[in-house]
Design a protein around this ligand. Structure first.
Ligand SMILES: Cc1cc2nc3c(=O)[nH]c(=O)nc-3n(C[C@H](O)[C@H](O)[C@H](O)COP(=O)(O)O)c2cc1C
Length: 128
C-alpha cells in the first residue's frame, strides 16, 4: 500500500462528525494484530491522520517494525469508516509540533504517529 491521497470532502465531514475514540490497529512483524483506542487524534494536511503517542507500547513496537495501520471510526449517525495506510512515527518537526498544539498538556505526547491516507472504506464499500 502506498499512494497517499487527499481526504474527500464527504469523508472529512464524517471525520468531523465522529463519535467516541477511534480504533487504531497495527500488526507485529509476525502478523499479530493489535488494536488500541485513541482520542488524541487529528486530521493533518488533508492527507494524513495523526495519533498522539501518549502511551504506545505494542503499538510503537509494531510501527518501528514497519506496520501498516488502520483507523476505524464511527459517526453520529452510525456510519463506520476505515482509513488505511503506512505509518511514520516522529518525535520532532512539523507534525510533532502540530500534535503538541492539540494534545492535552497533561499527557506525555512523546511522539506523533502519522498515518498516510491511502485507502478509505465505509463498511465494505471502498471509497478511495
Ligand atoms: C478511551 C481511550 C483513549 C485512548 N487514547 C489514547 C491516545 O490518544 N494516545 C495513546 O497513546 N494512548 C491512548 N489510549 C491508550 C491506548 O489505548 C493503549 O492502552 C496504549 O497504546 C497501550 O497499548 P499497546 O501496548 O497496545 O500500544 C487510550 C485508551 C483509552 C481507553
Amino acid at each position: 500500500m502506498s499512494n497517499q491521497k487527499t481526504i474527500p470532502q464527504e469523508i472529512k465531514k464524517a471525520w468531523e462528525n465522529k463519535k467516541g475514540p477511534v480504533v487504531f490497529t497495527t500488526v507485529s512483524a509476525d502478523s499479530e494484530p493489535n488494536s488500541i483506542y485513541a482520542t488524541c487524534v487529528s486530521l493533518y494536511q488533508e492527507n494524513s491522520i495523526i495519533v498522539a503517542n501518549n502511551y504506545f507500547d505494542k503499538t510503537i513496537k509494531n510501527i518501528e517494525a514497519g506496520s501498516l495501520g488502520s483507523i476505524l471510526f464511527i459517526t453520529g449517525d452510525d456510519k463506520a469508516y476505515q482509513i488505511k495506510g503506512s505509518i511514520e512515527h516522529v518525535t520532532n518537526g512539523a507534525a510533532y509540533d502540530n500534535m503538541k498544539s492539540w494534545n492535552p498538556e497533561r499527557l506525555p505526547g512523546v511522539g506523533a504517529a502519522i498515518i498516510a491516507i491511502e485507502e478509505i472504506y465505509c463498511g465494505a464499500e471502498k471509497l478511495l
